[in-house]
Structure formats: structure tokens, C-alpha cells
Design a binder for this molecule. Structure first.
Ligand code: 5IU
Length: 257
């Protein structure tokens, strides 16, 4: 059965952040996210500037950056506006609600102030969602739950994944979707984001497992997340970003047929 387009889904979305993101994907004709696992401010900003035109979402691990400062956030935010992408801090919160709220809002990074999207492990139970929501909802942010992981031997399977879906369904004001390898439910229109994507290799020697963009989109993914496949050693970043974007968008167009 053909799937609805990102634009059609945007019209029916009740969550404003998810709606804005689906509109962005349609307008920009991109369902590619780059996973910017780099350790300097200059490298992070350069990736955002050079790859910004091709992506819908820039995924950060802000605690990897050795020379983090507020100016990095200001410049990244400006680049997100200039190139029209959202920012996803892949923080993977995992503590009780009160603590994750503090980690989200305070400390060095003030993630809630600049990341459109962040994510959390469901392991502590629904309190992790309400804790994060108390800081995120007033700022118009969105949360992804980690329903599955791309790494070999992940424990997020079976009833764990099913309980994650139930937690998400109970919090539509804040949970916009999942990190998962496939579509998980038709009970609500969630966004599905998939890391572990590579066109040339199958793994990284540390448990990462790669599938192609077409495999992910065929399985029901909305956003394909690519890191080293784009900027790994010896890669032409722009050429690779174009290649992954084209492969991911072509697979999406096929899914509409
Ligand atoms: N990431 C995964 N798998 C997961 C989740 C997050 O790889 O299940 I949740 C992150 C880790 C890294 C990026 O930031 O996605 C993938 O990078 P590579 O494409 O370089 O493997």
C-alpha cells in the first residue's frame, strides 16, 4: 500500500514540532540526517555549514566537543536557520524524571534551549517523559524514544520495544517518534529515525550494524541517519551527502507509489 507523503502527514499532525519537521522535509526534499560525531567546535560548525544544504536534521553529541562554548550553540542555531535544518541532540537520557529534567535544562549544555529534538531511553518508565516534557513542552521541543538500537546484541527488543510504544502513545504532547529500525505502530503517526546506515560497509568492528537507506525506508523509516559513511576517512563529504540524500529520497518516492 502506498504511504502518504511527508507533506500530507504534516497536515494531519497535531504535534507542532513534528508538523514543522515534516513540512521542512517536504520543502527541502531531504530525509537525510547527518550524525556529526566530531570532537571540535570548528569541525562541528564546518560540517553543519558544508552539509547543511542537503540535510533535514543535524544530529549532535554535544558532550564529545572538547572546546564547547555558548558561541558554538549560537553559530549552530544560525546555521540551522540559514540552511533550514533542525537540530537533534542525541543525548539518550536514562535517569529518573527529576534528574533528566535538570540534565536537559541546566548544566553546561542547556540542551532544552537549542535542540529541537532530543531522545531518551524508556528504561526508567514514563516519569522520564514527564520530567523531560516539563522543560521541553514550554519550549516547543520534541522527544524520540529509543525503541530499538542498531548495535549488535541490543537489549531493546520484544516486550521492551512494545512497552516503549505504549509509553509514546500516552504522551502525544511531547513524544514525536522513535529511534527504531522500522515502523512500529499505526495507532498514531510517529516519526521513525534510523541510524546504522551505510552504503559501502556492513559494520564498524564495535557492534554497529549498517543497512542501506533503501532497506531502512522500505521498513518504514522516515529519516535516515548517517555518520562516518559521509565524513569518514578519505570521504568527499559533499559528494557522499548528495549520494545518501539521493538514495534516501529515491527510496521515499518509491514508498509513495
Ligand atoms: N546511534 C546509532 N545507533 C543507535 C542509536 C544511535 O548508531 O541505535 I539510538 C548513533 C551513534 C552515532 C550515529 O552518533 O548514530 C551513527 O554513526 P555512524 O553512521 O558513523 O555509525
Amino acid at each position: 500500500m502506498p504511504r502518504p507523503s511527508y507533506g500530507e502527514r504534516a497536515k494531519n499532525q497535531k504535534n507542532p514540532l513534528a508538523q514543522g519537521f515534516l513540512e521542512l522535509m517536504e520543502r527541502k526534499q531531504s530525509n537525510l540526517s547527518v550524525a556529526a560525531d566530531v570532537s571540535s567546535k570548528a569541525e562541528l560548525l564546518e560540517l553543519a555549514n558544508v552539509l547543511g544544504p542537503y540535510i533535514c536534521l543535524f544530529k549532535t553529541h554535544i558532550d564529545i566537543v572538547e572546546d564547547f562554548d555558548q558561541d558554538l550553540v549560537d553559530q549552530l542555531t544560525a546555521l540551522a536557520k540559514k540552511h533550514d535544518f533542525f537540530i537533534f541532540e542525541d543525548r539518550k537520557f536514562a535517569d529518573i524524571g527529576n534528574t533528566v529534567r535538570l540534565q536537559y535544562e541546566k548544566g553546561v549544555y542547556h540542551i532544552a534551549d537549542w535542540a529541537h529534538i532530543t531522545n531518551a531511553h524508556p528504561i526508567p518508565g514514563p516519569g522520564i517523559i514527564t520530567g523531560l516534557a516539563s522543560a521541553g513542552v514550554p519550549r516547543g521541543r520534541g522527544l524520540l524514544l529509543l525503541a530499538e538500537m542498531s548495535s549488535a546484541g541490543s537489549l531493546a527488543t520484544g516486550t521492551y520495544t512494545q512497552s516503549t510504544i505504549d509509553m509514546a502513545l500516552a504522551h502525544p504532547e511531547f513524544v514525536i517518534g522513535f529511534v527504531a529500525s522500522r515502523r512500529l505502530t499505526d495507532q498514531a503517526d510517529f516519526l521513525y529515525m534510523s541510524p546504522g546506515i551505510g552504503l559501502d560497509v556492513k559494520g564498524d568492528g564495535h557492534g554497529q550494524q549498517y543497512r542501506t537507506p533503501a532497506q531502512a525506508i522500505e521498513g518504514g523509516s522516515d529519516v535516515v541517519i548517517v555518520g562516518r559513511g559521509i565524513y569518514g576517512p578519505g570521504k568527499d563529504r559533499v559528494a557522499e551527502a548528495k549520494r545518501y540524500r539521493e538514495a534516501s529520497w529515491a527510496a521515499y518516492l518509491t514508498s509513495l507509489e
